[in-house]
Design a protein around this ligand. Structure first.
Ligand code: SF4
Ligand code: SF4
Length: 496
């Protein structure tokens, strides 16, 4: 018996070893990267395609046109409505000027955008990916150009299989040249957000623009051309992190593009006049796969590659209309509704209404509202004057010949207005203090849109001087006595 067991154990060990060897061999045979299977999306028309074109025109129109909007801010100020002026270290947004100290507004805008994205995803799945993501929008544009030059799916496939010929070289050359032009215009438009667009355009063409401008345009041309022309769906599938963690925002009540399996299966070809009894509505025309920009089959269930572009919905609706079946075999729906319909298909009940209001969406809406209100409050409370005060530390204080104690400060007043302002400086917290100024006689003139720097001396009689440090507050007032900005500081006296 023992001998039998030993023999069996040895056989099992050998089997395991064989498995391990075979696994190793398989692993060795597997390439590190999967070979890309080129996707040839077919053109489709329909409601969702129209929405996608509309969004594309709006977004690209905005992107290319905004740097050319002019805004009169008076002499000495840029006339570009939206300009991120890196040299001048400020952002111009119509009548609003953001200074480097207010970079938290940019952070706030990014936080708002993130919460907005979480909220939209929890409601409508990958609506961002399918309709508004720059990768989707530019890829759609590049595909349109490709289709206009090389033809639709079948023609493009034939052209790629055909040996090189003059007509193929012309078509390919024209396509890549067009892509490069779009990519260069895209890179140029980005640069125009950071420099005055009309004058920069002239400098770019006459060769007098800075190296940084040419470098940025070159970099963005290369990335746009590569990502939208060549990489396409691979960016969404392999490079973008969003599909990986967006599933944390989705639940069974999020709207997504779904194939109604309970209705479509069993699928199969269908001839006109044949009965629909005992079979599903899917006629296996493969149109949903042919139009998919990521080349997947939605009938296989939810997949990370699906960007929710809805083109398969349009494609399938066309087929359903042709074969005389109800539209919506592929549709926007929730998983909960699909499960209910699948159960109801057998038991006679219908789907489940969409529940947009649920803890997850309420939480994202709340976070979005809090961030928006915080931004709004910060914006309303922002002033057009800023004050910073820095005390000299070496020495900490000076004892004058009459025994008075003096501290010296460097005061910087930022005037964000477009006209020169006259300020007065006041000090609270040391009633006996006298203020002395270098280069100012109690009044501080600060030129428009600049920082005025002044030396200020605070002197206190010896008997009123604090022992050690005492908090004080500097404030600047305008001509009408209104406090425009204040800053906490300390006054230091000898320890007693
Ligand atoms: S499966 Fe449909 S919704 Fe998803 S990416 Fe493909 S065409 Fe778009
Ligand atoms: S388009 Fe509709 S009918 Fe055609 S294969 Fe896809 S799911 Fe089936």
């Amino acid at each position: 018996m023992d001998a039998q067991l030993e023999t069996r154990d040895k056989a099992t060990d050998r089997h395991d070893e064989d498995d391990a060897v075979s696994l190793k061999a398989q692993k060795a045979a597997l390439p590190l990267y999967a070979t890309r299977i080129k996707v040839y999306p077919r053109a489709v028309t329909g409601r969702w395609r129209t929405i996608k074109w509309t969004v594309l025109v709006l977004l690209l129109g905005l992107y290319y046109a905004v740097p050319w909007l002019r805004w009169d801010r008076g002499p000495g100020a840029p006339s570009q409505a939206i300009l991120i002026d890196l040299d001048g270290r400020r952002g111009w947004f119509f009548d609003v000027v953001l200074w480097p100290q207010e970079v938290y507004f940019v952070t706030g805008a990014l936080i708002l955008a993130a919460f907005g994205l979480f909220f939209a995803t929890s409601l409508f799945g990958r609506v961002w990916c399918g309709f508004t993501c720059p990768q989707t929008v530019w890829t759609d544009l590049f595909m349109l150009v490709e289709r206009l030059i090389e033809g639709d799916r079948n023609e493009r496939m034939r052209l790629d299989r055909a040996p090189m010929s003059p007509s193929k070289a012309v078509a390919k050359g024209l396509k890549h040249a067009s892509w490069l032009v779009i990519a260069a215009v895209t890179g140029g438009a980005w640069v125009f957000y950071f420099v005055d667009a009309p004058s920069a355009l002239v400098r770019i063409f006459n060769g007098t623009a800075s190296y940084e401008i040419y470098f940025c345009i070159g970099l963005l041309t290369a990335t746009t051309y590569t990502l939208a022309g060549w990489a396409r769906e691979q960016v969404c599938t392999y490079m973008c992190p969003w599909p990986r963690f967006q599933s944390a925002m989705l639940d069974e009540q999020s709207l997504i593009v779904t194939y109604q399996k309970w209705r479509g299966e069993p699928r199969g070809k269908h001839k006109a006049g044949q009965s629909w009894e005992g079979r599903g509505d899917c006629v296996d025309c493969n149109l949903c796969v042919a139009v998919c920009p990521t080349g997947i089959d939605i009938r296989d269930g939810q997949q990370i590659e699906c960007i929710g572009c809805s083109l398969c919905v349009d494609a399938c609706n066309q087929t359903m209309s042709k074969v005389g079946r109800p539209a919506g075999l592929i549709r926007w729906d929730t998983l909960a509704s699909q499960q209910a319909k699948e159960a109801g298909h057998n038991s006679g009940t219908t789907g489940m209404p969409w529940r947009p209001i649920r803890p997850r969406t309420l939480l994202y809406a709340l976070l979005l509202a809090v961030a928006a209100i915080a931004m709004l409050v910060a914006f309303v409370l922002r002033t057009d004057t800023d004050l910073t005060v820095q005390r000299d530390r070496s020495p900490n204080y000076v004892r004058l010949s009459n025994g008075d104690i003096r501290n010296a400060y460097t005061v910087k007043i930022l005037n964000k207005q477009q006209s020169a302002q006259q300020f007065e400086l006041a000090l609270d917290g040391l009633p006996a203090a006298r203020l002395g100024f270098v280069g100012a006689d109690g009044g501080f003139t600060v030129h428009p849109d600049t920082v005025g720097t002044f030396r200020v001396f605070v002197t206190v009689p010896a008997d009123a001087a604090p022992s050690g440090s005492k908090p004080v507050q500097f404030s600047v007032r305008d001509g009408r006595g209104r406090v425009r900005a204040s800053h906490e500081a300390v006054f230091v006296g000898p320890n007693r």
